[in-house]
Write a protein that binds this ligand. Structure first.
Ligand SMILES: Nc1ncnc2c1ncn2[C@@H]1O[C@H](COP(=O)(O)OP(=O)(O)O)[C@@H](O)[C@H]1O
Ligand SMILES: [Mg+2]
Length: 309
């Protein structure tokens, strides 16, 4: 069935490498959906199964079971759908003795979309104007990533899949990449699927995020949904033991022995918390809402998953 609003639909995706004792369950029953036009982050620590999933999306390896659909077509049954996809997986490979520009020309010719103006424009967009006429042999990792990104865009794909695109980039390069990815979605209507183990940068660029760990989907949602799941309030009040006694039936509390207690609650709970304390003659000096970074959230979520299967 043709479905143009869903760019990626993965269901029950499973990949096992090897047999017996050597067996690795790299991806286990993944289900997720990426809508056309969104920037979707695929987060997980090293070894989580990100690249394996992406390789199945691109028909580079076969799933053990489950399906990967792109724009409503099974990738395995109709690999032609990959014409609508540009991908950068584990760094680009270039002819080392050709210049960056020449590499793009070769790729464009073999893909049947050679257009010198477009090549020039892409080189400018990825910030490689000064290095386009150098052999790629001498490129830094960051330069290869930039040129690789230009290469994925040559055929004007609707969906761009980037595996750890900020690897090897310096902070300024990461910021540029972020802006560039946002523009691909916001100005050109592209769908971007990007993986990363670096979370703070994903937080600012993605509309939605899936967190995977040990081959399994741990959480999925908008960045703000994921963060609001685990908000914390830091409360300074006196007497503190009385405050704790009043709040503890309603919310989980942590005390570090100082003048504060940390309350596992939402921002919306602040008025109720203050009212309960004041009604009981407790002096409230401060209630601060602590927004976790996605990085902290991610660490909490992945460390909590201690299953080995
Ligand atoms: N071709 C392969 N043969 C055996 N094991 C593999 C192969 N590819 C990946 N793996 C294993 O699958 C797991 C997931 O790897 P990968 O998808 O590369 O993770 P990530 O990209 O999230 O770092 C790891 O344990 C890795 O060692
Ligand atoms: Mg990887």
């Amino acid at each position: 069935m043709q479905d143009t609003t869903t760019a990626i639909h993965v269901s029950g995706l499973y990949k096992q490498f090897g047999r017996g004792k050597q067996q690795v369950k790299a991806v286990q029953n993944l289900d997720f959906e990426v809508k056309a036009g969104e920037v979707y982050g695929f987060l997980g620590p090293n070894g989580a199964g990100k690249t394996t999933t992406i390789r199945m999306l691109l028909d580079l390896i076969r799933p053990t079971s489950g399906t990967a659909m792109l724009f409503g077509e099974s990738v395995q049954r109709n690999p032609d759908i990959l014409k609508r996809v540009g991908a950068l997986v584990e760094g680009a490979t270039f002819y080392p003795y050709l210049t960056g520009r020449k590499n793009l020309e070769v790729l464009a010719r073999s893909g049947g979309y050679y257009d010198p103006k477009r090549i020039q424009s892409l080189i400018e967009q990825v910030g490689m104007t000064d290095h386009a006429y150098r052999r790629t042999k001498g490129y830094s990792t960051g330069m290869k990533q930039r040129m690789g990104l230009a290469a994925t865009l040559l055929g004007n794909p609707d969906l761009i899949i980037l595996d750890e695109p900020t690897n090897g980039l310096d902070p300024a390069g990461i910021q540029e990449m972020r802006t560039f990815i946002r523009e691909l979605a916001d100005k050109q209507g592209k769908t971007v699927f990007l993986s990363s183990h670096m979370l703070n940068e994903i937080e600012q660029v993605c509309d939605r995020v899936a967190i995977i760990n040990r081959g399994k989907l741990v959480r999925e949602g908008t960045v703000s949904d994921l963060l609001s799941e685990q908000a914390q309030l830091v409360v300074e009040a006196s007497p503190l033991d009385k405050a704790q006694a009043i709040l503890s039936p309603h919310w989980a509390l942590h005390s570090n022995g100082g003048v504060h207690i940390t309350v596992e609650a939402q921002r919306e709970d602040i008025p109720t918390i203050i009212r309960k304390l004041v009604e009981n003659d407790i002096k409230v000096y401060e209630v601060a809402s602590q927004r976790q970074t996605l990085e902290e959230y991610f660490l909490a979520v992945t460390q909590g998953e201690d299953n080995n299967g």
